[in-house]
Design a protein around this ligand. Structure first.
Ligand code: DAK
Length: 258
C-alpha cells in the first residue's frame, strides 16, 4: 500500500483513526480519498490490536460531499464504470464498529458516509444536509434509504427534496446522532467512546453490530432468527465462558477475542 496523501491515520487506545485531509476542498470525497479511507479501515479491521475505528474530518468540515468537480462532466457509463462506487460499499463490510466524529459540514456524500457508520458523535457546529437537489441529482450513496430509516419519511422528504439542513441539536432530536459535544473535544469524545467499545468482548461486539444491521435487510422474524443464531454461536467462544465466570466469581473479565 502506498503512503496516503488525502488522509491521516493513527491509532490510540486500540482505536484506529482516519482523518480526511483535503482542507482546500472541505474534504470533498474524491476517488483517492475514498480509496485511501477504505484501505485504512480494512487494514484496521484486520488488525487484532484494533477494536473500533473513528472517521473524522476537520472542525470546519467533516466532508462537503463527493467531489463535484470530479463528477461534473461524467457520462452515465463512466459513472457506472467508476471504481468510486465500490469504495462506498466497502464501508458496509467492515466488521468492527466505526464511529463518525462530525464537525462542520456533513453534506451529500459526507452525510451519507456518516450515516453508513455505526454511530455519530457531533460537535456543536455540525451541520447535516443532502443538497444534491441543487445540482440536479439525488443522493446516490444511500441517503434516500438510510436517512429515511433514521428520521422517518416526512423529514427525509424535506431534507432531500428541499435541501433542509439539520443542526447538531436537530440531528440529536431526530435520532440521527448519538451525542453533541463541544468543538474542542468532539474528536477526543468519539475516540473515548470507541476505546470503551474496543475494551469489550471483541467477537460479541462484532456479532452485535451484525445483528443490529440485519434490521435493514430482513423481516422481524428473520432478524430474530439471525440474532438467536449469533447468540448461540457466542457460546462457542472463550470470551463467553470468561464473561460469565467473571460475573459468577465477582471479578473483572479478561477478554481474549477468542
Ligand atoms: N466538491 C468539490 N469541491 C468542493 C465541494 C465539493 N462537494 N465542496 C466544497 N468544495 C470546494 C469549493 O469549490 C472551494 O474550492 P475553490 O473554489 O476554493 O477551489 C472550496 O471547497 C471551499 O468551498 P467554498 O468556497 O464553497 O466554501 P464556503 O464556506 O463558501 O461554502 C459549502 C461551504 C459547503 C456550503 C459549499 O462549499 C458547498 O455548498 N459545497 C457543495 C456541497 C454539496 O453540494 N455537496 C453534495 C455534493 S454531491 C455515490 C456516492 C456519493 C455521491 C453520489 C453517488 N455513489 C456511490 C453512486 C455523493 C454525491 C455528493 O455528495
Amino acid at each position: 500500500m502506498s503512503t496516503p496523501t488525502h488522509i491521516l491515520t493513527h491509532t490510540q487506545n486500540h482505536v484506529g483513526i482516519v482523518q480526511f485531509n483535503r482542507p482546500q476542498a472541505l474534504n470533498a470525497l474524491n476517488r483517492e480519498l475514498m480509496a485511501e479511507t477504505m484501505d485504512a479501515l480494512e487494514a484496521f479491521d484486520q488488525n487484532a490490536d484494533i477494536g473500533a475505528m473513528v472517521i473524522t474530518g476537520s472542525e470546519r468540515a467533516f466532508a462537503a460531499g463527493a467531489d463535484i468537480k470530479e463528477m461534473a462532466t461524467a457520462t452515465p457509463a463512466q459513472m457506472l464504470d467508476n471504481p468510486f462506487i465500490g469504495y462506498w460499499d466497502r464501508l458496509t463490510k467492515i466488521r468492527k464498529p466505526v464511529i463518525a466524529a462530525v464537525s462542520g459540514y456533513a453534506f451529500g456524500g459526507g452525510m451519507e458516509l456518516a450515516m453508513t457508520c455505526d454511530m455519530i458523535v457531533a460537535s456543536e457546529t455540525a451541520l447535516f444536509g443532502q443538497p444534491e437537489i441543487n445540482l440536479g441529482v439525488i443522493p446516490g450513496a444511500g441517503g434516500t434509504q438510510r436517512l429515511t430509516y433514521a428520521v422517518g419519511k416526512a423529514l427525509a422528504m424535506e431534507i432531500i427534496l428541499n435541501d433542509r439542513r439539520l443542526t447538531a441539536a436537530e440531528a440529536l432530536h431526530f435520532g440521527l446522532v448519538n451525542r453533541i459535544v463541544p468543538v474542542d473535544s468532539y474528536l477526543d469524545n468519539a475516540i473515548q467512546l470507541a476505546a470503551e467499545i474496543a475494551a469489550r468482548a471483541p467477537i460479541a461486539v462484532q456479532m452485535a453490530k451484525e445483528a443490529i444491521n440485519t434490521v435493514y435487510e430482513t423481516s422481524l422474524q428473520a432478524g430474530l432468527a439471525h440474532e438467536r443464531r449469533l447468540f448461540y454461536l457466542l457460546f462457542s467462544t472463550e470470551d463467553q465462558k470468561e464473561g460469565m465466570d467473571a460475573f459468577v466469581n465477582k471479578r473483572k473479565a479478561d477478554w481474549q477475542g477468542k
